[in-house]
Design a protein around this ligand. Structure first.
Ligand code: CP
Ligand code: NVA
Length: 304
């Protein structure tokens, strides 16, 4: 059966561990100039309905570094954008490539594509979740601090796609997650409930940050929410991560943000550019973890 990566919950913890271990091998090798050609002549199709810097670059560069090719497809240039059914597009595209990566608004579109695809489909962000980013975030936390199991993570901000993937991650990697959002911006209760007692919604950013090992946030207005921006700036005003909030966390706490970040909105420049921030390693980790993900899905397992 064709495996897909639409959510972190599509893989077992053991599978995630194999991918993360392989990513570390790839990271170290890459730094030494190694370019293993494990995906030689393999092709990834990349469908982007929304903008991207990190995701496009990491998948495209990652395929090239492993000896393969990536093809960028935007709705402006494909028949998908002119109304060709997703089911037909999936059947055609998946006959010509080895894997497909999709960034879309509707998660359901990606699920439908996957249902009709002969090859693995990777969710590269939908309005529901962003699992690829979580591979990079877990990898980055562990690169700096060791196992995330049992750690306290504070999600402060919008209960949207990134928050949902953090909830899934708490379930897979078994850490405690405290979520602080303004009223009306809570995550999907069904996703919260599925994660069990590890995930708590708390009443303030301070309560989430208290004693935390990792503080994470995301933009206040995600792609597609630009018109709500002014209202959101007001609604989220008490949820900015600043030095005072960081001071409530554990002394060796880390700060992460999937980027792009808006200094002075969801995070101050002092925190984003400060000593506890690992956002640049986090961005780089997209490259290594997705190379391991591509190997896992295209080859059936990671090499070695
Ligand atoms: N973090 C992330 O997915 O960034 P891009 O939108 O630039 O791909
Ligand atoms: N929540 C953000 C994440 C961007 C990587 C968005 O959906 O725009």
């Amino acid at each position: 059966m064709t495996r897909h990566f639409l959510s972190l919950l599509d893989f077992t913890e053991a599978e995630h561990r194999r991918i993360l271990q392989r990513a570390e091998v790839l990271r170290q090798g890459y730094a030494q100039g190694e370019r293993p050609q494990t995906l030689q002549h393999r092709v990834l199709a990349m469908i982007f309905e929304k903008a991207s810097t990190r995701t496009r670059l990491s998948f495209e560069a990652g395929m090239a570094q492993l000896g393969g090719t990536a093809i960028f497809l935007s709705p402006r240039d494909t028949q998908l954008g002119r109304g060709e059914p997703v089911e037909d597009s999936a059947r055609v595209i998946s006959r010509m490539v080895d894997a497909v990566m999709i960034r879309a608004k509707d998660h359901e579109m990606v699920e439908r594509f996957a249902a009709y695809s002969r090859v693995p489909v990777i969710n590269a962000l939908t309005d529901l979740n962003h699992p690829c980013q979580l591979l990079a975030d877990i990898f980055t936390y562990e690169q700096h601090r060791g196992s995330i199991r049992g750690k306290k993570v504070a999600w402060i901000g919008d209960g949207f796609n990134m928050c949902h993937s953090y909830i899934n991650a708490a379930q897979v990697f078994d850490f405690e997650l405290r979520i602080a959002t303004p009223k009306g911006y809570e995550p999907d209760p069904a996703i919260v409930a599925a994660a069990g007692a590890r995930v708590h919604l708390v009443e303030s950013a301070a309560a989430a940050a208290q004693g935390a090992d990792l503080l994470v946030t995301d933009v206040w207005a995600s792609m597609g929410q630009e018109e709500e921006r002014e209202r959101r700036l007001k609604d989220f005003a008490d949820y900015r991560i600043d030095a005072a909030l960081m001071a409530r966390a554990a002394p060796d706490a880390l700060f992460m943000h999937c980027l792009p970040a808006y200094r002075g909105e969801e995070v101050t420049a002092e925190v984003l550019d400060g000593a506890q921030s690992v956002v640049w390693d986090e961005a780089e980790a997209r490259l290594h973890t997705q190379k391991a993900l591509l190997e896992f899905l295209i080859l059936g397992d990671v090499p070695g």
